[in-house]
Write a protein that binds this ligand. Structure first.
Ligand code: ADP
Ligand code: MG
Length: 699
């Protein structure tokens, strides 16, 4: 039988060296297998030809037959475009290209019969077809086409003739090679119980379906399989970890924990915090390694839960560390922990990328001989030269999410792996949690500290800012403080900084009776600290800053969060920023300021923000709006986001179902010896190998 994973794509008829290198670099298609699993992203009924005079703005994709009468190049800059005036004798329609103009212009001839394929849209009251496929009319085979598969290709591939049609040809060649049945990857009982199509059928049909009915069955089969193996991988991994590793036992609640709890804690824990601390205590006292996720909305008090857990480690003679996604957050945690611990005999240190070499040497020494109790830091902690005396607990506070792979990296630091506590600052949708953190036990802090009022959020356009300024004046007169945040995105850093400076000057003029602070990443740490302290102490009333994540301290007296250029922030980031106010007892406000011209998607984002204060709801909406691939940090998560057919936003029910199917199998066949499941375990091993090649090994 042909092993498609082993056979290089360049040996497929129609490929060769040059195309192979394009397929590899553009789409990561390197083997026959990769191509087999490169599915069309849509299908179009190409069994009919439309007439130009039938076109309206609402049509789906259409196919036209006719010729180009003339070309025209128009516009400047981003709106520069090539227009081809196309007709089939019934009417004219414009074909429009914004990219690859030169290439298109050279390739297409006048007065030649072409099949044009694309999606009509309306522009200035006229129908046009942006970036259509244009092929020689001789290639047209009408009804025999059935549903035409449509493959994503890049501009670069298209320039080398590798468009969707060419991809379809290659797949056809490949399926022709596979004369024997493609080997089944699910066990007979699963296939039967769930009425699934065979893999061989599904793979052939997914590329060239005859009709929608069989396409749906093929999609179902492949989605089932894809999600099933994601879950099986995670659950099997979690089980193996449990069987393989004992955990450090934190048997007692000791003196420091108790002293902190009774003397240093400035407030009562919320019920949810108490519950979660109890769950953690049970884990670390169980002889098993803890792997727990704490989910809690912004401001729900996760830091305190982390600190209490780290004190448990300390009291039992272990070190702990807490990992933050950015230096500024690490600094913030460091300051918070030191402040809260006061004079208790707990040594807390900080390690980030900017820790100086001459500070590192003594720090590393103190880590290695147990002098440091708690290390706060960034990724720098993961470097090989950071060695602990006896690391008992790792807390990962993530804005950027660590998948299984990165978390596993922490274990190589000890013979016995430390307990792992993952805290998500933004609640994440359930489907995402099940894939990213599917191997973890979950605790939820579903209660905010008492006295918090929901934040009142509004969206205004830049040209209406005057009303906002008078509102801010009122708040200032009542003694409140105000944040004004500007985006800072690295590519346009200079421009962004300029925006902030301009904004700051303007605000200084408007609020000349008040004092303002300014804060951005380019300032020296000392300056930042000073400025921050001035705002925190109330000496300044308005803080103009790039992201307020950079604001290391809580300021409960701040009641207004203005977010300038809000269109440039993602939903979770907006929600995070908003969480900086509403921490005191007074009513707080968040004002999102945008341009008047907004994309549909941005408008939605603003609507969601003004309608909801609930982090979970917002995270779900974010997932639906953007798809899991785009959500911050998921790309590096190392698992499951390379989904080829399933969709975490749409296939939640299937995901939940296959998770149970996978759980049953892991439970009933822990030794992987049941002949019934041989095919499944073999497939899982193969998937792991592929993942390892792509992401680096898990364990
Ligand atoms: P997050 O979950 O977003 O990390 P933090 O841990 O930063 O939240 O806590 C937010 C604020 O709430 C902090 O100022 C913290 O001191 C305060 N806080 C935490 N727990 C409580 C509590 N039980 N009662 C009152 N305030 C609390
Ligand atoms: Mg936090």
């Amino acid at each position: 039988m042909l092993d498609t994973t082993a056979r290089n794509i360049k040996y497929l008829p129609g490929v060769g060296e040059q195309r192979a290198s394009l397929l590899g670099s553009e789409l990561k298609i390197r083997s026959l297998y990769d191509l087999l699993y490169y599915f069309p992203y849509k299908y179009i009924d190409r069994s009919r030809i439309y007439k130009v005079n039938e076109l309206g703005g609402t049509l789906q994709h259409v196919q036209l037959l006719g010729e180009i009468r003339s070309f025209e190049e128009m516009g400047e800059g981003a709106s520069r475009r090539l227009v081809a005036h196309f007709t089939d004798g019934t009417a004219f329609v414009d074909l429009v290209w914004f990219k690859g103009i030169k290439y298109i212009r050279n390739r297409l001839k006048l007065s030649t019969q072409y099949v044009v394929f694309g999606k009509p849209s309306m522009f200035n009251g006229r129908v046009n077809i942006p970036h259509p496929d244009v092929d020689d009319a001789s290639t047209l085979q009408l009804s025999s086409m059935g549903l035409q598969p449509y493959y994503n290709t890049t501009e670069r591939m298209k320039r080398h003739g590798l468009n969707s049609n060419a991809m379809a040809k290659l797949v056809q060649n490949l399926l022709g090679l596979l004369r024997e049945e493609i080997e089944e990857t699910l066990s007979a009982d699963i296939i039967q119980k769930n009425g699934l199509m065979s893999l061989d059928n599904a793979l052939r049909i997914i590329h060239f379906p005859k009709n929608n009915a069989e396409l749906r069955l093929a999609q179902e089969r492949l989605k089932f399989e894809e999600l099933f193996y994601v879950q099986l991988n995670i659950l099997q991994y979690a089980q193996e970890r449990q069987m393989r590793y004992i955990g450090h036992r934190f048997a007692k609640v000791g003196e420091i924990f108790n002293r902190f709890y009774s003397e240093n804690l400035p407030f009562e824990l919320t019920g949810a915090q108490k519950r979660v601390v109890k769950e953690i205590r049970a884990d670390v006292n169980s002889n098993r390694q803890m792997n727990r996720l704490v989910q809690g909305d912004v401001g729900s008090g996760k830091t305190l839960v982390a600190l209490l857990s780290m004190l448990l480690a300390k009291d039992n003679g272990y070190q702990a560390c807490i990992l933050a996604p950015t230096e500024i957050l690490a600094e913030q945690h460091f300051a918070t922990l030191r402040r809260m611990l006061g004079s208790l005999p707990v040594r807390v240190e900080l390690l980030t990328g900017s820790t100086k070499q001459k500070e590192r040497t003594p720090l590393f020494e103190a880590l290695a001989n147990g002098g440091v109790d708690i290390l706060v830091g960034t990724h720098a902690i993961l470097e090989d030269n950071v060695v602990f005396y006896n690391l008992g607990l790792v807390v990962i506070d993530e804005q950027h999410r660590f998948g299984v792979v990165q978390r596993a990296k922490m274990w190589t630091k000890n013979n016995i792996p430390p307990h792992v506590l993952v805290m998500t600052a933004t609640p994440i949708p359930r489907t995402l949690a099940m894939t990213l953190y599917g191997d973890l036990d979950v605790s939820v802090i579903d209660e905010l500290p008492p006295g918090r009022k929901p934040i009142n959020t509004s969206h205004i356009f830049r040209n209406r800012a005057d009303s906002m300024y008078s509102f801010i004046k009122q708040q200032l007169q009542e003694g409140r403080q105000v944040y004004v945040v500007y985006p800072l995105i690295s590519e346009s850093e200079k421009l962004d900084l300029q925006n902030l400076e301009d904004g700051y000057r303007q605000l200084c003029n408007i609020f000349c009776d008040y004092r303002l602070s300014k804060l951005h990443g380019k300032m020296k740490p000392k300056e930042k600290d000073d400025e921050m302290r001035r705002f925190a102490s109330g000496e300044t009333q308005i803080l103009v800053s790039t992201t307020v994540i950079e604001v290391g301290v809580d300021v409960p007296n701040a009641s207004v969060m203005v977010i300038e250029n809000a269109e440039r922030f993602g939903l979770s980031q907006l929600h995070q920023l908003r969480g900086r106010v509403g921490r005191g007892a007074s009513q707080s406000y968040c004002i999102l300021v945008t341009d008047y011209k907004l994309s549909e998607e941005t408008r939605k984002r603003m609507e969601i923000m003004t309608a909801s204060n609930d982090g979970f709801e917002i995270a779900e909406a974010d997932l639906k709006l953007r798809g899991p691939g785009d959500i911050e940090g998921t790309q590096q998560s190392g698992i499951a986001f390379d989904l080829k057919i399933a969709n975490l936003a749409r296939d939640e029910r299937l995901l939940q179902y296959v998770r149970e199917v996978a759980r049953e199998i892991v439970k009933s066949d822990p030794e992987q010896s049941n002949p019934l499941y041989r095919v499944i375990w073999r497939r899982l091993r193969m998937i792991k190998e592929m993942n390892n090649r792509n992401w680096g090994a898990i364990s």
